[in-house]
Each structure stands twice: as structure tokens, then as C-alpha cells.
Design a protein around this ligand. Structure first.
Ligand SMILES: Nc1ncnc2c1ncn2[C@@H]1O[C@H](COP(=O)(O)OP(=O)(O)O)[C@@H](O)[C@H]1O
Ligand SMILES: [Mg+2]
Length: 248
């Protein structure tokens, strides 16, 4: 999940995709690379109690197996507040963009999917995530501010594709927190289409609507897919997941 804007639904999308895949029986590993730790919180883990997490793995090069925390929603490599220092501590280090990829290799075969949540800045966490990933989902809200700056993201993606991960694909742009009563303006629609072509991808036709069930599940630190079962937003999630898995 990548988009350098905050509050567009990256962490929620990471949780939702992971919850959906776990519910159908796929073993999932979540990795929270954002020092804010929203995903870590929503999965019910406590940053102050984890002995090791993403920081120890990326900076001290501790093995992923010791950085994993078990949660009720699946395995997690947790965020801790020290992650704010990541850029500074990795600066100038040889091969710094590949630390996540290399760290995850030994645990890769234990999971069907590894889901990476990134912070809202184009720093080393994002570069490490793009280097380790096979595909990227770009969540956005359907407003101008959320779409601005995605051009910068396309530069970062091209650089990573050129130097550290030639096989990286962009699965698509996902509209989140969608309000069905608001028609997308011509301006937004054009901007979405332009952004998609700049990223050499498409806008998913499935959209995730704004729904209180999502916020409630996160406040209760529980599985979004189980909590929202039978609701309309659960239908959005199903439709998005089928679209995502088909496109991969
Ligand atoms: N579909 C949705 N319906 C309602 N609230 C949502 C939805 N998606 C995200 N949110 C809320 O929006 C806020 C920002 O989402 P978040 O996933 O944390 O964004 P980001 O990780 O990009 O900063 C959070 O409070 C989250 O609970
Ligand atoms: Mg987030």
C-alpha cells in the first residue's frame, strides 16, 4: 500500500486485504513500516510491548523470525516509534533499499501473502517496500488533494523498477472512503485517469465506500471483514479482492 499522502486509507486497505485473505485461509504476514503504527494498533498489538519489530529487523538486521508478533488477526512485524529514525540511520549504507527484501526472504515460504503498509513520505521505508514487493495497491480518496503528488510517486516507482525491482507491477488505484451520493466530478475523473496512465495502471472499478463499520472494527482492534460481514462495505471489499486477485 503506497501513497505519500496521509489519511487516504493505506493502513485500512492493508488490514482489509490481510483480513480477507486470512478469512479464506491464506496465511498472511503484515509488516507495518509507518512509525505512527496505525496498522499495528488495529491488529491489536502493543508497540510498547513488542520485543522486536520492523525497526530491529531493518536497522539492527535482526532476523524476521524474531521480529514477528502473533496477533489475533495474523502474524505481524510491528511498527515501533524508533522507525522515525529509519532514513537517518540507513543513510549512506550500502544496499539499504534491499534490507526489507533480504530480511523477508527466510520467512517468505511460511506465508501465502506478505502485506506491507508504508508511511506517508517517500523515504527509505517506501523504497524498501517497493523493492521487496511484487505488486502495489495505491489507495486514494476521490479528492484533488489526495491525488496531488501521485506524480511524484510514479517517479519513485520508476526508479525502483529501474534499479532494484524490475518485476514490480502496479495493481491499480483504489478509491477508498467513497460516498455513493457524490458523483465524481469531471475534474477528479480526469485526474484519476491521468494518474493511472502515468503509473501505467488502471483505477479499480470496485470502490470501498465510507462505512462506520470500518472505523468501529479498528477502534475495537478487531478483524474488519468479520466485523462488517453482511454489510454493503463487505460487498465492496469482496468485489475489490476478486478484481485484485484476477489482475495479479
Ligand atoms: N472505508 C472507510 N470508511 C470509513 N472510514 C475509513 C475507511 N477507510 C479508512 N477510514 C478511516 O480513515 C482514516 C484514515 O485511514 P488510514 O487507513 O489510516 O489512512 P492512511 O494509512 O493512508 O493514513 C482512519 O481513521 C480510518 O479509520
Ligand atoms: Mg497509515
Amino acid at each position: 500500500m503506497v501513497n505519500q499522502k496521509g489519511g487516504v486509507g493505506k493502513s485500512t486497505t492493508a488490514q482489509t486485504i490481510g483480513n480477507w485473505l486470512s478469512q479464506r485461509g491464506d496465511p498472511v504476514l503484515f509488516v507495518d513500516l509507518d512509525p505512527q503504527g496505525n496498522l499495528t494498533y488495529a491488529l491489536g498489538a502493543d508497540a510498547s510491548e513488542v520485543a522486536s519489530g520492523a525497526f530491529q529487523m531493518l536497522v539492527n538486521q535482526e532476523p524476521a523470525s524474531t521480529a514477528i508478533t502473533k496477533t489475533a488477526q495474523g502474524d505481524l512485524i510491528a511498527s515501533t516509534p524508533e522507525l522515525v529514525q529509519l532514513d537517518q540511520l540507513l543513510a549512506g549504507k550500502h544496499g539499504r533499499e534491499s534490507r526489507l527484501k533480504n530480511a523477508l526472504t527466510p520467512v517468505d515460504s511460511a506465508y501465502r501473502y506478505i502485506i506491507l503498509d508504508t508511511p506517508p513520505a517517500l523515504g527509505s521505508a517506501v523504497v524498501n517496500a517497493l523493492t521487496a514487493a511484487s505488486t502495489v495497491v495505491v489507495p486514494t480518496q476521490a479528492d484533488i488533494f489526495s491525488l496531488q503528488g501521485l506524480g511524484q510517486l510514479s517517479g519513485t516507482i520508476s526508479t525502483v523498477q529501474q534499479y532494484s525491482n524490475p518485476g514490480l507491477t502496479i495493481a491499480g488505484i483504489l478509491i477508498t472512503r467513497y460516498n455513493r451520493r457524490t458523483l465524481l466530478s469531471k475534474q477528479i475523473t480526469e485526474m484519476l485517469d491521468n494518474t493511472a496512465s502515468q503509473l501505467h495502471t488502471k483505477v479499480f472499478s470496485s470502490r470501498i465506500r465510507e462505512a462506520v463499520a470500518i472505523k468501529e472494527a479498528q477502534a475495537l482492534r478487531t478483524d474488519v471483514v468479520v466485523y462488517a460481514k453482511g454489510s454493503r462495505v463487505a460487498g465492496d471489499i469482496d468485489s475489490f479482492m476478486h478484481e485484485l486477485l484476477k489482475e495479479r
